[in-house]
Design a binder for this molecule. Structure first.
Ligand code: DOR
Length: 431
């Protein structure tokens, strides 16, 4: 196994609050030393001058579309796109075809991940069979097969009794239940946030209360059952406040927010660009501000992309018909660096939310730069300007609202298990 010296960067390790310049030496797939002026003999040198050296990002919410919809993405292309964005670990949702609701599918995804993806792949299994919201999956068999959490993401379990059972069963395997919170009866036919912009565009609105009532229901059920709940892609200010309040009461809840819900409002839909259609929808400026505040104060623990590739012909429909979702991996870092540039969050705290917290929530390795830990690292140039063209990216799809825009900040190199898997000048290197 090779020896790599990452030299002369700003070392950011949220687990020790380390924020100082130095080198990281990698040997045998693990971090061998962290400090200044480390011995470079025989090592491949990666220059991190002017950049950050951080634990690799961990995306706990993605859609890799394999098995079944490989025309949108597969585990290989998704994994390549992930490492190009600085992600060394990725958890993928169960809304595949077939749904990941049985141990064989979980095992298949793990196997494909091991052989095809440069990023580590962690399957999230369905919480109910077929994502139908009726029958709880066999969680212990799924956990044994390698599922890291349970979620019907993309759909919401509408029946409170079923959700209660899901939470109760999850406790038997000490599992995490991830909720996509939308009450379908309140969403109705809504395709974007309900408000002045939806009225102006003549599009049916999906009100934020559709999210809020489900978040509140599930917080109460988590409190009742004592199960571990994680709220996916929070987009509403009321939901942020409810989660904050639940945490204060001691409810076992964590939450994530996506780069798009931190930076884009419903006004992004004014040109009817279907790449701005997501579930839950982009909301008001007040909601975006509340999400940013929630991320900064720790109410929202993690940043997760909800990377959701869709083919051109699917997004090339009118706004009502097009499926929701946008690409996340390769734009996440420059998009969320906006909060650092604005002085809202420090680089160290941003890395905690991109890396350490999601690894801890899913109870997987990663998220630190301790000697002996797996060498999963990202080197970031926070200033680098570049033009984002999805056609030049690694996803099979192109659905991004940031296409054609100048970005600031980029992953320069990504290392997984001690192997350099991406370098900005060379592209993705393995497999
Ligand atoms: O926008 C979204 N797209 N939100 C989801 O929850 C599902 C996802 C998808 O699978 O396309």
């Amino acid at each position: 196994m090779s020896r790599i010296l990452v030299r002369g960067g700003r070392i950011l390790d949220p687990t020790t609050n380390r924020d100082e310049s130095g080198d990281v030496l990698i040997e045998g797939g693990v971090i061998a030393a962290v400090g200044e002026g480390l011995d470079a003999r025989g090592a491949e040198i990666i220059d991190a001058e002017g950049g950050w050296i951080a634990p690799g990002f961990f995306d706990m919410h993605t859609h890799l579309r394999e098995p079944g919809q490989e025309y949108k993405e597969d585990i290989a292309s998704g994994g390549r796109s992930a490492v190009a964005g600085g992600f060394t670990s990725v958890a993928c949702m169960a809304n595949t075809h077939p749904v990941n609701d049985d141990p064989a599918t979980t095992g298949f995804i793990l196997d494909r991940g091991r052989h095809e993806s440069p990023a580590r792949i962690y399957p999230i299994a369905a919480a109910t069979r077929g994502l139908a919201g009726e029958t709880v999956t066999e969680m212990s068999a799924l956990a044994e097969a390698g599922a890291v959490a349970f979620s019907d993401d993309g759909r919401t379990i509408q029946d409170g009794g079923v959700m209660r059972h899901v939470l109760e069963y999850s406790k038997l395997v000490d599992g995490l239940v991830i909720v996509h919170a939308e009450d379908c009866s309140l969403v109705g036919a809504g395709v974007m946030n309900e408000g002045p912009v939806s009225t102006r565009l003549g599009l049916p609105g999906n009100p934020s209360i559709a999210e809020d009532v489900l978040v509140m229901r599930d917080l109460m059920l988590a409190e009742l059952t004592g199960a571990r709940l994680h709220v996916a892609h929070v987009s509403s200010g009321v939901s942020v406040a409810a989660i904050r309040n639940a945490k204060e009461r001691g409810v076992s809840v964590t939450a994530e927010v996506s780069p798009h819900h931190l930076t884009l409002t419903d006004e992004a839909a004014i040109g009817y660009d279907t790449n701005t259609k997501v579930a839950p929808p982009l909301r008001s400026a007040a909601d975006v501000a509340a999400c940013r505040e929630g991320l900064v104060d720790g109410t929202l623990d993690a940043i997760a992309t909800d990377h959701a590739p869709h083919a051109l012909h699917e997004k090339d429909l009118d706004f009502v018909e097009a499926p929701p979702g946008l690409l996340g991996f390769e734009t996440a870092l420059p998009v969320v660096l906006d909060l650092v540039r604005n002085g809202e969050i420090t680089p160290l705290e941003l890395v905690r939310r991109l890396s350490t917290n999601p690894a801890r929530i899913l109870n997987r390795p990663g998220g630190d730069l301790a000697v002996g830990s797996p060498a999963d690292l990202v080197i970031v140039d926070p200033e680098r300007s570049w033009l984002y063209d999805p056609a030049k990216g690694y996803s099979k799809s192109r659905n991004s609202p940031w296409a054609g825009q100048m970005m600031q900040g980029r992953a320069i190199a990504t290392i997984v298990g001690g192997r350099l898997v991406y370098h900005v000048d060379k592209g993705v290197l393995v497999p």
